[in-house]
Design a protein around this ligand. Sequence first.
Ligand SMILES: [Zn+2]
Length: 324
Amino acid sequence: MTRAPQTQPSASGDGRFVSRRELLVSLGGAAAVSSVRTETSSGFTSGDDGRLRIRVYPRPVPLWAWVRYGFEGVRDDWPPPFRDAFSAIEDAFEQVLAYARERSRLEGIEVAVERGDLVRLPLSTLSRPSEAVVPSLETVLDGFRTRLDERDLLTGSTCHALLCWAPLNHRVGYGGTLSPNAWTGNVTGQPADTGDSQTVANLGATELWDSRAVTRNMAIHEVLHTFLDTDVVEAVGGSSCDHDLGTAVRVDEETMRVSPMATAYAGPDEIGGGTRFHGTGCHDHDEFHRHDGLEGVENWTYTTELSEATMEAVTRYLEATVAR
Ligand SMILES: [Zn+2]
């Protein structure tokens, strides 16, 4: 796994889709999306009403996708995969809060997961032909931020998650975040206007190439990246990589069950190894919170249940930022 130079924007790089030709080329090298993100430390206040906000926005879905889902949700731009992803994100934060409160932590903190309005990327960001056809993760995130700014939604403390339908966009892959907007909350050493995080989940990809279960997990995964910084992840997991907080648990001789942060990273680094496409960010199965080994594994299942390490890390992140 190569890493992009530090001066470049860094991505969590979850799943870079490749054409067969690209794949063959890349077998000789490695995809070069980095998981390195700039160091953070604390510092943000939750919204005016004391709530931590995660706002989830749909991008337009093509007609053929609406046909696929029988036009369910077409009136409000929320097709079933987006709706289920939203519920999964809500459920993930409920798990974190339940974990924390059982331990008398994060008391008094409320989390609001809200629906945002449809986001169309500005044409100006898609002006170059290559960007119009297959926009990069950076372009999508830039356009998303422009729209949030226009709508006056950058409050300094909200996680904004964009749900995309781009099954053939190998540059976005399953989704990701980019510095300097990769964490929720004001980050020391970063410009003051970076407290709102932006993250993208490509649910057209998870739906078409994988399954609804992978859709749910990648939505959780891409949102939780914005609540996991290197210090916390290292302190909890002993590895600086968010993905290693996840688990891959053998439920029988041939079946592995994968939790959200490990999704796209639990299998062998090859096409169809677990998820259809393997993530290109950091990972080390030996450093996973739990990884039972790949020998004989033929089937993959996914659980939205977060690993204890993930819940502990998100709890610590929120304690260091919101609950101070
Ligand atoms: Zn990731």
